[in-house]
Ligand binder design. Structure first.
Ligand SMILES: N[C@@H](CCC(=O)N[C@@H](CS)C(=O)NCC(=O)O)C(=O)O
Length: 225
């Protein structure tokens, strides 16, 4: 049976959209992506698919789904059993743990930092919040650093859903001009990700250093699948 074409609504430079795109690329699934949100705006009636004005939203046949980590879990379970969705329930539990960690601990530092340094105009940004975000990231990244001491990927020797939500955020974290602790294991893990064609294609996308550059980069991605 041929695999269906999955529809993805979301701009290409969204870290949450990138999680989904990376999974589609890793699994070799066929997809159509439409530019939605940010400078592209939202199509009329978007709220019928997603009650929140955010991306991604995906459609797979009759199923419409939002919340990026739920989309990652669904796609991996449906199409990546034995690879991105590990067979072993304990391996899966560890992968899931790091998905939650991305959403809670890492995001708590990353988003205030990223928004106040890159997305919000300098005259409206909150430098204190950015500094606090940098400090939180530095603290929590040492947890990932310790975890990666004896494994190549977050749930062991192979890429799983546990790596996916972290991938786009760590790409940005390591590219930003900020103070970071020494993270040799995280750097080695990141280097492994950079060898993967789907990560190169869907995640390693320039994002600029300020809102003006961000918008230019966003528009450069218009229409790219
Ligand atoms: N919890 C949601 C958050 C989605 C979210 O905040 N998406 C951002 C982009 S990363 C968004 O759509 N922002 C509004 C916009 O870009 O117009 C998820 O993980 O899918």
């Amino acid at each position: 049976m041929s695999k269906p074409t999955i529809k993805v609504l979301g701009r290409r430079n969204s870290a949450n959209v990138q999680k989904v795109m990376w999974v589609l690329g890793e699994l070799g699934l066929s997809y159509v992506r439409e530019d939605v949100a940010g400078s592209f705006g939202f199509p009329e009636g978007y709220e019928e698919f997603n009650p929140n004005p955010v991306v991604p939203t995906i459609r797979d046949g009759e199923l419409v789904l939002w919340e990026s980590n739920a989309c990652v879990r669904y796609l991996a379970r449906e199409y990546g059993a034995g690879s991105l969705w590990p067979d072993d329930s304990k391996t899966l539990a560890i992968a899931d743990q790091w998905m939650e960690w991305q959403r809670s601990d890492f995001s708590a530092g990353f988003f205030p930092m990223f928004m106040n340094m890159i997305r919000i105009p300098a005259d409206q940004a909150n430098p204190t919040a950015a500094e606090r975000g940098i400090a939180t990231c530095a603290r929590v990244m040492t947890q990932l650093e310790a975890h990666l001491n004896d494994r190549d990927y977050v749930a062991g020797e192979a890429l799983t859903i546990g790596d996916v939500p972290l991938g786009p955020m760590v790409y940005r974290y390591l590219a930003m001009e900020i103070e970071r602790p020494d993270l040799p294991n995280v750097q080695a893990w990141y280097q492994r990700l950079t060898q993967r064609p789907a990560y190169q294609q869907h995640v390693m996308i320039p994002f600029g250093r300020n809102p003006a550059e961000w918008n230019i980069e966003e528009q450069k991605n218009a229409g790219i699948q």
